[in-house]
Design a binder for this molecule. Structure first.
Ligand SMILES: Cc1cc2nc3c(=O)[nH]c(=O)nc-3n(C[C@H](O)[C@H](O)[C@H](O)COP(=O)(O)OP(=O)(O)OC[C@H]3O[C@@H](n4cnc5c(N)ncnc54)[C@H](O)[C@@H]3O)c2cc1C
Length: 459
């Protein structure tokens, strides 16, 4: 009953409950053009319905955080059974897959964030005429929307759209153009965006035929635009006067994780750059992260043809040039990687599943192990969370304390920056919370170690 009665209000249940990631698929799906994406007060793009909205709620069927999904598409597992039938291996943490590798593209590694496999795969798809267009994230001259999803129809454009942008983007603008295009398309995206595309394709065979390949970018959380503002200020740049934001400037003489943020300050005509290690831990703390990401258990983009992340494990992490972890999930993706290895375009080796899990350990711990606790916490506040696969894990007391503090840090970071976008004030006001989080995390890791030693001595 709840499902029917609330159908017209479900968009409010997602957006007003801070569960929107801004993918924009609802804009694409709306039959009345009654929704558009706008910036909210905490630096995320969210849909805003106009008075043309007829409240039929059909837009919600494509929402990755729809609290009332239809049968057969409730979770990533169900969707992957439908879309990736040739991925015969299965692991509950990474979903269906064909093979797992670590490596890089010999040609695109230097100009990419990690090993350049994303750029390689997309240029291959164009070269082979498998697709006519690639939809990736490009730079613009607009300081309020420095990065947008856009169409590329040649390799040079794909190359110029390489590199990770930790900035909110939306698919609403490009997806609405697809039906007018002649030819097929490949899209690059993070897990929640890909889920939205798969939900749309499930209902719409034309879209399924149009988007024939999806490159998945393993994601540790979507950042608010405040994250970029904070980094610009930390690097010494002037807000609203900086362009060419580079989130992953490699240090070839150091490790892969020792990267910098840089931007070009037009006021002072000067390049500003700061090593991320001087900024502090921006990922494990949840700073500037979207709330919805705390309710996503898809760590490795389980619905993509190929999933790509950073190989945060030895020996790869010690190599400042960057190396990808690679999971192939469709026959075509597998063949592209295999062919690249044979013809010498790729330097890629098999990787054990266990190694992949270690490479993203923090993300698995937070997103899958800690999820049940966060869901129970949200439910107590009356928020309806979509069905999740990892909702039953129980966690030790000290990990609950870590979770609680991390949620507070995330929320406080967005509130503080929206009130006062100054790094000194922000750093001063967030410091105590971060210190408390760090101590709780250390104690938790220590207790875990003791627990492991005790368990192994009992065996
Ligand atoms: C928000 C975010 C969080 C991430 N968190 C993790 C993590 O926790 N662990 C991990 O291992 N890796 C993470 N990554 C992925 C990692 O940074 C690399 O993007 C990935 O390893 C691919 O590297 P590459 O060298 O093959 O990509 P490249 O060859 O440099 O190509 C990257 C492709 O991604 C596209 N792109 C850039 N920004 C975005 C965006 N915001 N949304 C969608 N597409 C985009 C580009 O247009 C380009 O096509 C994250 C990426 C993003 C965008």
């Amino acid at each position: 009953m709840l499902q029917m009665e609330n159908k017209s209000k479900v968009i409010d249940l997602v957006v007003n409950n801070d569960l929107c990631v801004g993918c924009g698929l609802c804009v694409y799906k709306c039959p009345n053009n009654a929704i558009e994406m706008r910036w909210n007060k905490i630096g995320f793009l969210v849909p805003m319905p106009s008075n043309k909205c007829d409240l039929d709620g059909s837009c919600l069927t494509v929402c990755p955080f729809n609290p009332f999904p239809q049968n057969n598409v409730r979770t990533e597992k169900e969707l992957s059974d439908h879309f990736l039938p040739n991925a015969k291996s299965f692991d509950p943490q990474i979903g269906r897959y064909i093979a797992i590798y670590a490596g890089y593209s010999n040609k695109f590694r230097i100009t990419s964030s990690s090993g350049g496999i994303a750029t390689y795969v997309m240029t291959e798809l164009l070269d082979r005429h498998t697709v006519k267009y690639v939809v990736s994230v490009k730079e613009t001259k607009n300081p309020f929307a420095p990065y947008v999803y856009a169409l590329c129809n040649n390799k040079q454009e794909v190359l110029s759209s390489s590199k990770t942008k930790y900035f909110p983007v939306t698919l609403s603008n490009v997806l609405t153009q697809l039906s007018k295009l002649d030819g097929t398309v490949a899209i690059v995206g993070t897990a929640c965006f890909i889920k939205a595309i798969r939900l749309a394709q499930y209902e719409d065979q034309t879209l399924k035929n149009k988007i024939v390949f999806i490159v998945g970018i393993i994601c540790g959380g979507q950042k608010s635009r405040f994250f970029s503002e904070y980094l610009i200020r930390k690097a010494g740049g002037t807000l609203d006067h900086c362009s060419e934001l580079q989130y992953r400037v490699k240090d070839l003489s150091s490790s892969a994780s020792d990267y910098s943020f840089s931007c070009y300050d037009q006021t002072f005509k000067h390049q500003k750059e700061i090593k991320m290690r001087y900024v502090g831990d921006m990922w494990g703390t949840g700073l500037f992260k979207a709330n919805a990401c705390d309710f996503c258990d898809d760590v490795t983009t389980e619905l993509a043809d190929i999933s790509l992340g950073d190989a945060w494990i030895e020996p790869y992490v010690s190599d400042g040039y960057g190396t990808n972890v690679i999971v192939t999930r469709s026959t075509l993706a597998h063949e592209i990687i295999h062919q690249g290895m044979i013809n010498g375009s790729l330097s890629v080796r098999d990787l054990e599943l266990e190694q992949l899990l270690i490479s993203q350990r923090g993300s698995f711990n937070h997103r899958q192990k800690g999820l049940g606790y966060r869901i129970r916490h949200a439910k107590k506040r009356g928020i309806i969370i979509p069905p999740k696969r990892h909702d039953k894990e129980s966690i030790p007391f000290y990990f609950k304390l870590v979770q609680k503090k991390r949620m507070q840090v995330r929320k406080a970071s967005l509130e503080l920056w929206s009130r006062m976008p100054k790094t000194e004030t922000f750093d001063r006001r967030i410091r105590d919370k971060l210190t408390c989080l760090r101590i709780r995390t250390k104690v938790y890791h220590y207790l875990e170690k003791i627990h492991k030693i005790l368990m192994s001595s009992l065996l």
